[in-house]
Write a protein that binds this ligand. Structure first.
Ligand SMILES: Cc1cc2nc3c(=O)[nH]c(=O)nc-3n(C[C@H](O)[C@H](O)[C@H](O)COP(=O)(O)O)c2cc1C
Length: 401
């Protein structure tokens, strides 16, 4: 994702400065080249040597100097560093650097390089909650937001000073996702994407239910990539144990009937609908209002649940619709039939009995089938499957395949 992208990272004088090491490692792991500007105050929290070591890797050593502190050590670094960068990130960002940037003050290398940069800037504020809530600080922050600077965090929680409140620097993964979004193509901006994910639960009684092995990872990856590429995303999720992506509207449901109702409520506002949830096909004909006792014995009478994909495919003003066909074995014929029978645009076939594919793993091996082509993809991360799926959706929707 970040391969060959050049990131200039500013580190300022906050207790959170040590977390920049994890950020640098994460960026390098995804293929980015990272150069760092440290303020004088930041050096009281972490040494330039530690930062330099994080920017190096024995396999792929960083070329040339990677950590810069003094504007006068390397004349013109305040201009050349920003000129070479695809993205400028300041994490952690103190109240001081935010105030200086908002007011055009350029009295050290970081503040001067920020003024000399005309690309995208992300800041991750970190400070005591009183500093954060101070109207002077808020005015500076809001001015930066109004000129297009992206902020990530801060979060509420226990602060380094021992107090509770807003001011913790955002998690590194959140900062990473903001960076991926900033450097990602925005080719589905303006689209309203509706995604379903996870399993459903069909109650037998208040204690027991029927469900399936879906973890929601595929649908959550689809929602994340759609958001990253600029879409407005609504995620209808069955019960799962994973966190939804940031910036996505989440509707939590439990049963197939609830998911059906939530889809029908939202689909008319959507331009792309991806049905990746593993909806239970059957539900108990009746659900007891009390726990069935063991001695009573149990035999279940099951009835079919409503078919969400079929009902979506029948709508007069339907969005672009993508379904999933989870099969055991290479039953591509069944997936092809589903594409036609359900009157949808794309079906993603996956063999859930294959190792590394399907339920509760981070990878998947799929075939993307539409009316014009079948694309067989190798085993890859669910994020990469989602990227390939949106590439195909864009081709079909805008370039006629
Ligand atoms: C122990 C300690 C922790 C600090 N933590 C923060 C912080 O999290 N956020 C902040 O805005 N300032 C914090 N400060 C104050 C800044 O270090 C100070 O404003 C400094 O001038 C910032 O300089 P810089 O923005 O050039 O790095 C802290 C100071 C000390 C002594």
């Amino acid at each position: 994702m970040l391969k060959d992208r050049s990131i200039l990272l500013g580190i300022t004088g906050s207790v959170a400065a040590y977390k920049s090491i994890e950020l640098i490692k994460g960026l390098r792991h995804e293929g980015a080249s990272v150069k760092v500007v440290m303020t004088e105050a930041s050096k009281r929290f972490i040494t330039p040597l530690s930062i330099e070591l994080a920017t190096e890797s024995p396999i792929e050593p960083a070329s040339g100097n990677s950590v810069y502190c003094d504007m006068f050590d390397s004349p013109l670094s305040h201009v050349s560093l920003p000129a070479d960068a695809d993205l400028f990130v300041v994490a952690p960002a103190t109240a001081n650097i935010i105030g200086k940037y908002a007011n055009g003050i350029a009295d050290d290398l970081l503040s001067t390089a920020l003024l000399a940069f005309n690309g995208k800037v992300i800041i991750a504020p970190a400070m005591n909650w009183r500093m954060y809530e101070n109207p002077v600080f808020q005015k500076n922050l809001q001015y930066l937001v109004s000129i297009g600077v992206k902020t990530v965090g801060p979060e509420r929680g226990s602060l380094a000073c021992g107090e509770e409140g807003i001011g913790r620097m955002a998690d590194i993964e959140k900062i990473m996702e903001a960076i991926r979004t900033a450097l990602s193509k925005q080719d589905i901006a303006g689209e309203k994407v509706l995604v379903t994910a996870g399993p459903t639960r069909e109650d037998i009684d208040p204690v027991r239910y029927i469900s399936n092995r879906s973890s929601g990872k595929m649908g959550y990856a689809i929602a994340k990539i759609a958001k990253r590429r600029g879409a407005d995303v609504t995620l209808i999720s069955g019960p799962v144990a994973i966190k939804p992506p940031d910036g996505v509207d989440v509707i939590n449901v439990e049963t197939a009937n609830e998911m059906h109702a939530a889809v029908m409520d939202n689909i008319s506002r959507s331009s792309i609908f991806v049905m990746s949830a593993a909806v239970a096909d059957f539900m108990p004909a009746e659900s007891k209002g009390r726990k069935i006792e063991k001695k009573e014995g149990l035999s279940l009478d099951l009835i079919k649940t409503g078919d969400i994909l079929e009902d979506a495919g029948r709508l007069r003003n339907k969005p672009f619709i993508v379904g999933f066909a989870a099969e055991t074995g290479q039953r591509l014929d069944r997936a092809r039939k589903k594409l036609v029978d359900k009157n949808i645009d794309v079906i993603v076939f996956n063999d859930v009995s294959k190792k590394g594919s399907g339920f509760d793993v981070d990878t998947n091996e799929v075939v993307i089938i539409d009316k014009k082509a079948e694309k067989r993809l190798p085993l890859m991360s669910k994020d990469d499957v989602a990227i390939a799926l949106f590439d195909r959706i864009i081709e079909l929707k805008y370039n006629n395949g």
